[in-house]
Design a protein around this ligand. Sequence first.
Ligand code: C5P
Length: 222
Amino acid sequence: LNVPVLTIDGPGGAGKGTISGLVAERLGWHLLDSGALYRLTAQAALKHNVALDDEASLASLASQLDVAFPVKDGQPRTLLEGEDVSREIRTEHAGERASRVAALPQVRKALLQRQQDFRRSPGLVADGRDMGTVVFPEAPLKIFLTASAEERARRRHLQLQEAGVGASLSSLLKEIQARDARDTQRRVAPLKPADDAITLDTTRLSIPEVVDQLTELLIQRG
Ligand code: C5P
């Protein structure tokens, strides 16, 4: 339990994934992309014809995921059974399905210990919604990364354009607002800053500025 953990929670599209990957790489720490676990559970459900309200079967799928989160050239990757699935699980549709699966208590329970097992020397950067509140409540440094919904929609739009995927800004904004509502209003592990979290609003910050601020905070905390 002496292994340090930096938790980075916040709403979708706030830049947690990018920032977590860069900070993990700079520190040489491990990475946990907890959102990918929910995305992969939803994807496995599709593959095995499991309905998104079949809680027991979904929990069983979640407990069997063989997943790893290496960082390559500052980019966080998701490997499922050794295969890079980073791109295919990042669609807005996959995110929407993930947030439905993530509202199920048995699924969250099945993933709890697995997430804690990512805490290995020399340290862990944990990215998600409940890293600081539920999974690593004793983490020495907790960040709540946020940005306005409009700015998050704008960033998603840019990201998708770069990936050659078409999407309208207004529909992205609606999707982001719907996912925010589901994540903050659910009964189990709702999205909210831990009492001892530091909130960082990145609406007007660049990625390197955020990485610098986080690294600075980690140094201050020793
Ligand atoms: O972060 P990402 O967009 O990949 O997360 C997808 C969905 O998974 C979120 O909308 C949220 O519902 C769920 N999630 C969660 N707890 C986490 C990480 C993600 O409930 N720690």
